[in-house]
Structure formats: structure tokens, C-alpha cells
Design a protein around this ligand. Structure first.
Ligand SMILES: *Cc1c(COP(=O)(O)O)cnc(C)c1O
Length: 434
């Protein structure tokens, strides 16, 4: 038997000290747990922060341990490997990150990926077979629509969509339509939809799914990039798996690309097997950067949310603004407001600004900005502005653009953590420049 000092010197994530999740009867909150959960400094020379484990493979203590770990990797035993094996499967930085990501939504388990799209693609490859039908809300992130329609479509996968704001009755009708086409293996949602900001009623989707499929229930998977993990926790409304582009609010500094998934153990294990096979795990360096990001997630998102509320209030009263598509302005008594009240704890910091005019006015506004940067993406510390009709949604056919209200006068804004009054001064002078 190796003595204890030798054992703990192995760069291997054993946890002699269990994580502290509560003090007396008080459950610790995610923002507290982000500073230490899942990492014991004693295993890493007392280092306060986790080192970045740059290694492609891990040394087994003995052959039996190696065999046991591989039983986890290959799915002979559920739950993933009990130890570290090979960096395409797992690693200390990724595992600490997964533990912490899961905390925000009280999820049983979590996985991290090399990008939001690789998370989405891995989930779909794991769950969907040729001939199956995907039921999804619309619109979706453009690359997700491409993945379903043009890539999975090549393998005979079919899809049926419903508008993001659909009622229970409308969802029921689409689920029925899908059932006639083949085996429904996935219900895929994105809320709020981009750029309409329409919220999906996850509770209604779950009601519909449970009524239509009393036995083998297709999982409800939702892309929660815009509001999660702070303002929306869809596992609580009945989603089975929540997906993230961690590139956005979770990463939060516009300096990395990554993805995540949180949910129940059984579903996560199925997806883990696919990730192990195709190698869509994130790298240790990016995982480390995300650990840093998660320490300030609550601070950043709260500040960005407060800023957006002030900025939207300013825009709402301005003579050059036609309207503001912001979740904080949903009409009391409306169906969208009802979904918001049931599902969300904050309105986010990404919204749609409809200017009076067209492309020329939008471009003059965008080109005049001095603080806000002209770039696509969202959820960073800095405020970004873009023109969907001419950029992210350029290749969307005109009739679909019209249906989604993606006009030439639409500007998408993601508010960051700057001083709100500085931002308002910037937007004010840019509106003057129109
Ligand atoms: C950015 C984004 C994605 C894709 O994420 P990547 O990290 O760029 O791969 C997926 N869904 C939504 C809603 C996004 O905003």
C-alpha cells in the first residue's frame, strides 16, 4: 500500500474532503460554491486555484484500477469513469467545471463541450436515429437549424416545428403531426428565441409530451444560452436537459468558445458515451478559464441585467425608436408575460431595438457607437450591437425574415457591465447621429 502522501501526490481527482454544501441548515448558494466546489487544494500542492492539467493521458495506480475506469468509459458500468483516463474522455479541469456548472440548476450531472454547437450536435447524435422525428420550437439558432435540416436531414431525420410562443393546443397538434411521421426521439427548444425574444412555455411542452407519450418519453432538451443559468432554470419547468453555449454569459468575457449540458444522470450518461466517442469535450485551458468566469457569473449577469433595464427604459421613450423587444416590457396579462412570470427571474441583457427607418438609419446608429462594439455574439462584459438582417440572418429567406420581424430597422444589443449612464450617453449620441 502506498502511504497517504504518495497517494495524494498522484494528479488524480480523489476527494478525501467532501464538498461543503450547507452550514447548519443553510444551503450554500451557487455564487458561494463557485469559489471552491469540486476542488481540494490538498490534491494539488496546496494550490488555491486548480492548476491547468496539460496532459493527454493519466497514469493508473494499478491494472485493476485501469480496468475499472474503462468499464465506466465504455458504459459497462453507468456514471462515467471513476478515475481519470485519457483527455478525450475526462480531465480534472473539465470535471471541476462540470460539478460547478451543475450547481446553478441543482442538476444531477453535467458535461462540458468544445463549443455550444458541439454540445448540441453531440446530444442530437446521441439521441436521434435515421427515420426519427425531432419536434422543435422555432426559430432556432441558425447553426442548430442547419444541423437539423441539412445535416441530420441527410440521414433521414425529419422535423416538425412550432412557433416559440405556441399554446398547449398548438403544441399538441404539432406533436400529433410528428407522431404520424415516425418515432419522435427528441423535443428540442430554444427560449427566448432569437431575435424575436419569444419565450417557450416549457410547462406546456412537458404537459403535451407526457400526454402524447405515456411510456417512452422523448426527452425535452432546451438551449438556455440567453437567460441561463441565472434568470432561467428550465429543469424546474420539466425540461430533461439544458444546453448552453458557454461562449456567452457563462464565459462572459468574449475570450473563449465552449458548450455545456446539465440534467439527469441517465440522459447525461447517454450523451457522455457519444462525447467520449467523437471527442467533443472542451480542453483543460478553456475549462480553467470557465472556472474563473463562473466565480463572477452572478455579479456579471446581475449588473448586465440592471444595465439593460436602464438602457431599455431610455430607448423606450426616445423619438427615434419605434419599439424595444425586451423581456422586461412584456404586457401584463399577456400570454408571454404569463410564461415569463412562471419561468424567469430576470429579463436578461440581450434585446431587440427597432429604430424608425431602415438599413441606412440602423447603419448610421451602429457606426456612430463609441462604447458599444459592433460585433455579433452576446453575454460578454462589453456591450455589443449588430444588425441581424445584414449579418447573422443575412441568408434567411425574405418571407421568413418578415415573419420573424427581422427588418432592416432591427438592431440587436447585448448589454455588458459598463456604467449604465455611460452606455446611455453613447446610445443617445448614436441616435442623434441618425
Ligand atoms: C452562440 C449560440 C449557440 C452556439 O454556440 P457556440 O459556442 O458558438 O458554438 C447556440 N445557441 C445559442 C442560443 C447561441 O446564442
Amino acid at each position: 500500500m502506498p502511504d497517504e502522501a504518495e497517494t495524494t501526490a498522484v494528479p488524480h481527482r480523489r476527494r478525501p474532503k467532501p464538498d461543503i454544501l450547507a452550514i447548519d441548515n443553510r444551503r450554500l448558494q451557487p455564487e458561494t460554491l463557485m469559489m471552491g466546489h469540486g476542488f481540494d487544494p490538498a490534491l494539488s500542492e496546496g494550490s488555491l486555484k486548480p492548476p491547468i492539467f496539460l496532459t493527454s493521458t493519466f497514469v493508473f495506480e494499478n491494472a485493476a484500477a485501469g480496468k475499472r475506469f474503462f468499464e465506466g468509459i465504455t458504459g459497462k458500468r453507468p456514471g462515467g469513469a471513476e478515475g481519470l483516463v485519457y483527455s478525450r474522455f475526462n480531465g480534472p479541469n473539465q470535471e471541476i467545471l462540470e460539478d460547478r456548472l451543475g450547481v446553478w440548476e441543482d442538476a444531477e450531472d453535467a458535461l462540458v463541450f468544445s463549443s455550444g454547437m458541439s454540445a448540441i450536435a453531440t446530444v442530437m447524435l446521441a439521441l436521434v436515429q435515421p427515420g426519427d422525428v425531432i419536434v422543435h420550437s422555432a426559430p432556432l439558432y441558425a447553426a442548430t437549424e442547419t444541423l437539423i435540416g441539412r445535416i441530420l436531414g441527410r440521414f433521414g431525420v425529419k422535423w416538425v416545428d412550432f412557433p416559440a410562443g405556441a399554446t398547449r393546443e398548438e403544441i399538441d397538434a404539432k406533436v400529433e403531426e410528428a407522431r404520424k411521421l415516425g418515432r419522435v426521439s427528441l423535443i428540442y427548444l430554444e427560449s427566448p428565441a432569437n431575435p424575436t425574444n419569444a419565450l417557450v412555455d416549457v410547462e406546456a411542452v412537458k404537459g403535451s409530451r407526457d400526454a402524447a407519450f405515456p411510456h417512452e418519453k422523448p426527452p425535452i432538451v432546451i438551449d438556455n444560452t440567453f437567460l441561463g443559468p441565472l434568470w432561467s432554470k428550465p429543469l424546474q419547468q420539466g425540461a430533461d436537459l439544458v444546453l448552453y453555449s458557454l461562449t456567452k454569459y457563462a464565459g462572459g468575457h468574449s475570450d473563449l468558445v465552449a458548450g455545456g449540458a446539465v440534467g439527469g444522470k441517465t440522459l447525461i450518461n447517454t450523451i457522455r458515451m457519444m462525447r467520449n466517442t467523437i471527442g467533443t469535450i472542451t480542453d483543460p485551458n478553456t475549462a480553467w478559464m470557465l472556472l474563473r468566469s463562473l466565480e463572477t457569473l452572478e455579479l456579471r449577469m446581475s449588473r448586465a441585467g440592471e444595465n439593460a433595464a436602464k438602457v431599455c427604459e431610455f430607448f423606450r421613450g426616445h423619438e427615434k425608436v419605434e419599439s424595444v423587444g425586451y423581456l422586461g416590457f412584456l404586457e401584463p396579462g399577456s400570454r408571454q408575460r404569463d410564461i415569463y412570470d412562471r419561468h424567469c427571474t430576470g429579463a436578461g441583457s440581450t434585446f431587440s431595438l427597432y429604430l424608425k427607418g431602415g438599413e441606412a438609419e440602423s447603419f448610421r446608429f451602429l457606426d456612430a457607437l463609441k462604447i458599444a462594439k459592433l460585433a455579433v455574439s452576446l453575454g460578454g462584459t462589453e456591450t455589443l450591437a449588430s444588425h441581424p438582417a445584414g449579418m447573422t440572418h443575412l441568408s434567411v429567406p425574405q418571407e421568413r425574415k418578415d415573419a420573424l420581424k427581422i427588418g432592416d430597422n432591427l438592431v440587436r444589443i447585448s448589454v455588458g457591465v459598463e456604467n449604465a449612464d455611460d452606455l446611455i450617453a453613447d446610445f443617445n449620441q448614436a441616435l442623434r447621429a441618425i
